[in-house]
Design a binder for this molecule. Sequence first.
Ligand code: SER
Length: 578
Amino acid sequence: MNLKDKYIEFFVSKGHKQIPSAPVVPENDPSVLFNTAGMQPLIPYLMGEPHPYGNRLVDYQKCIRTNDLDEVGDKTHHTFFEMLGNWSLGDYFKNESINYSFEFLTKVLNIPVSRLAVTVYSGDDKVPFDQEAYDLWLSLGISKGHIASTKEDNFWAAGETGPCGTDTEIFYFRSEEEVPEVFDTEDDRWVEIWNNVFMQFNRKQDGTIEYLPKKNVDTGMGYERVLAVLEGKNDNYESSLWTDVIELIEKISSKPYKGNEKSIRIIADHIRTAVFIASDDAGIKPSNKDQGYILRRLIRRAIRHAKKLGIDINSSWERDIALLIIEKYKKYYEELDRNKDVVLEVLKSEKEKFNKTLEKGLREFEKKSDKDIDADTAFHLYDTFGFPIELTLELANEKGLNVDIEGFNKKFKEHQELSRTASVGKFKGGLAGNSEIETKYHTATHLLNAALKITVNKDIHQMGSNITDERMRFDFNCDHKLTPDEIKATEDLVNKWISEGLSVHKEEMKKEDALKIGAECRFIEKYPDIVTVYFIGDVSKELCGGPHVSNTSEIGHFKIKKEEASSQGVRRIKAIIE
Ligand code: SER
């Protein structure tokens, strides 16, 4: 059994419910482009909202971090990773959390206690030294020398505001050498493998900290890293997780991994992440904005490295790699198989687009590379030849040249008029803002979903949704472009319901009862026995975590701004409330 399955099985045996991985593109959270940690989709529940699956949860979550995109190529960086996590929402706290982790590591994974070390919170004037965690580790047999304490590294927060707390981190000694008696956090033979956060605080906007309604536990274990560590590999890409992908790239390029590590790792990592982004039900396509731009950069950088390895770009190399990745992961993420054709098409068409300008762009770069690359040249390479900045940077690095990145960024911003939500902060992660306006959009989304079933087709369902405080986006299955009459009828119906001042309330009920009353829901099979259903008058009932307005009259006037294709058989509506 593999590590992922062992992890889930262990925590299920300890009374945890397995929850499905959330999409990589967060639904209704405009503050981040991608889920960057396992706990991110759980923020409302860590803040106190009851979770429909209960208060002991376990999962593996697809995560994407692209803030260090240019570092991918070394032994340890990935843009996509899976995070294994278990949570207590106001149920157990430090004692069980530490005991479970210890039992899993030493009894299930059979790691000798002597190879483990931990850190605990050292304390400051507000939050004291974590004596309880210290004593628990000691009682389990971790020697005093293997327990260190720090302040900065033992306090975890997802962002500037929101749930946070002290943590205890678990390290594994990855080396053939003798295990030192004293654990030194600076000694990189010790690798962090697991983080248990005791999430009992909420950091407010003004920086002050208050207690959350309940004491939670949030743990996270990076799957790829732990796998490599346990297999004794220093290079994550040499772990068993990657063997088949690396071998395939070796075969396609007729180049061995040794000596070509950087390009092979970049192709492996970037194609995998592109597959996960493109397969997400959010329907992301390569573009020059937000998630679409990340997708574009990943594919283009992979193409450039494929070219560097001498791969014939016009062959089906990207398809073959993508198919292998889909095959490997589809057992865990069914959307990969379901959206396989979309993924392959996204990769192929982006490849064809970039391939047209890549050669010319490279020649242009050669011409200009007798000196450092100024902002105009970098921007010209981007604008005319579609070179993402990290590609220019990489080419420059290879020649020992500098690039005026600041100048480029300025030009890029001017040119793009990047929307507020695509600002740098968004790439770093942060917390969901459930502002008043977003809450209104949330309820309007349910109304739109209900209206389309009446005005267009009763079999319409939501395929994706995204809300910012400026607009809502709603994807739904539909085989035709909506006619102007259908659009008008839909808009009118939503506005009629708004003007009727329908009340909104939620009820918790058994899944089978929700099904019986015909509550709207996607993937009902993934839900637990008890679910939350939001009712809007008698026009809508839908499974949802909220939040919603309490009366539709609070929403304002609803207007459809755009109706367009999203992907095969999926249409997209962009709408605002005024
Ligand atoms: N949230 C913590 C982390 O990401 C533990 O899951 O490390």
